[in-house]
Design a protein around this ligand. Structure first.
Ligand code: SF4
Length: 380
């Protein structure tokens, strides 16, 4: 398949592995955070960790949209469906994530709430058109990649006068999260020091461009390479990061030039800026409260803002006890450090979001490294 097969070529992978091995200085370690869950899965699916020397390590970051939504926001979504009786539309991964008391949207649906899985915001708009007597709420989650479709749905609803459609907005922003990881002492004082660079998001960067990461290079002296999601993309990006580290350079480089430009997608950015504004603060699972890290719907579009249309109660929301998702999302623990992995928690019986999502680290370990991980846990 064009643009896929050539980025999975075995011989090219061997050539890159040889180049990485030659470039990596055996006298030091290289710790690179892959921000995106998509990269985590590419690394595991194609065995990239096994193709690089042992002193080149991947630190999994918080870039899984389903994983970072805290229990409180999920509990709010369940309340919208149950107490307010709306038709709640959500992407499929979100349905199985446990909220407080391990209650999920799927369980709420089984209890009678009208919760529907959709593939796009357009599906949610169709449901609103087909049910003019019902309130329809789209559960908007995700990073800069999924924000433009939510903005487009709101613009379309306004243009058509669809008055029964609104968005429960949980869209978050990547650069402030990276900044928070590097700055927040409550995350792990040693973490910023042990990160040597970032594999930058690919799809997110297609929208926002590579320019927003330049502050990282300038202020925190951490190299960034925007990396595509195919295995050769990841390997080439690792090699570029190693070269930067070895040469003492700090720059934002773009490996994913076939998709990402420095300035990104101007039309998408304009649409998002028209509909959304910065939230002063947003709670992330694992990162806690992060300033300026999420979007809210502008007052001009309040009619399409579920948080304005419906009153949500105060809650004592709780993450699942013993689930290590928060520490895994901060990059300070791995799934093998969770005693529930592969025992109480499997994809069939997920105790936390990282085991549910197709971008979650626990799901990646389960799918591609289950036996090794369980063996490591047994040996400890
Ligand atoms: S294995 Fe399950 S319980 Fe443990 S951190 Fe991962 S999602 Fe949470």
């Amino acid at each position: 398949m064009k643009y896929v097969d050539e980025f999975r070529d075995r011989d090219l992978a061997r050539t890159l592995a040889t180049a990485i091995a030659a470039a990596a200085d055996p006298a030091r370690d290289y710790n690179f955070m892959e921000f995106c869950g998509g990269h985590t899965h590419a690394i595991f699916r194609y065995g990239v960790q096994d193709l690089v020397p042992a002193n080149v390590r991947f630190v999994h970051g918080p870039g899984c949209p389903v994983c970072i939504l805290p229990a409180r926001r999920l509990d709010d979504a369940i309340e919208l469906a149950e107490r307010h009786g709306v038709i709640l539309c959500s992407y499929g991964d979100m349905l199985r994530v446990p909220g407080t008391g391990r209650r999920s949207l799927l369980k709420a649906k089984a209890d009678g709430a009208d919760i529907r899985m959709v593939y796009s915001t357009l599906d949610a708009l169709d449901i609103a058109r087909a049910n003019p007597g019902r309130e329809v709420v789209f559960l908007g989650i995700g990073f800069e990649t999924t924000t433009p479709p939510s903005a487009a749905a709101i613009a379309q609803a306004q243009a058509e006068g669809i008055g029964n459609f609104s968005v429960f907005c949980n869209h978050v922003l990547t650069p402030p999260a990276i900044r928070h990881i590097l700055e927040a002492p409550e995350i792990d004082p040693s973490q910023a020091a042990r990160l040597d660079g970032f594999l930058g998001p690919s799809h997110v960067s297609a929208v926002i461009g590579s320019r927003p990461y330049e502050f990282l290079a300038a202020r925190y002296a951490k190299p960034v390479v925007i990396a595509g999601f195919e295995p050769l993309d990841v390997m080439q990006s690792v090699l570029m990061l190693i070269h930067q580290v070895n040469e003492g350079r700090v720059a934002v480089e773009n490996q994913y030039t076939r998709v990402v430009t420095r300035d990104g997608n101007a039309k998408a950015q304009e649409l998002v800026a028209r509909i959304f504004e910065l939230r002063p603060s947003f709670e992330w699972r694992g990162l806690g409260s992060v300033p300026d890290s999420a979007l809210a719907i502008r007052a001009d579009y309040a009619a399409f803002d579920a948080e304005k249309r419906f009153t949500l109660s105060e809650k004592q929301s709780r993450e699942t006890k013993s689930c290590e998702c928060p520490a895994i999302l901060r990059g300070v623990k791995k799934p093998k450090d969770c005693k529930l992995f592969g025992k109480a928690c499997t994809p069939e019986t997920p105790m936390g979001a990282c085991m549910v999502s197709s971008e979650g680290a626990c799901a990646a370990y389960w799918t591609y490294r289950r036996m090794e991980t369980l063996a490591e846990m047994a040996a400890e």
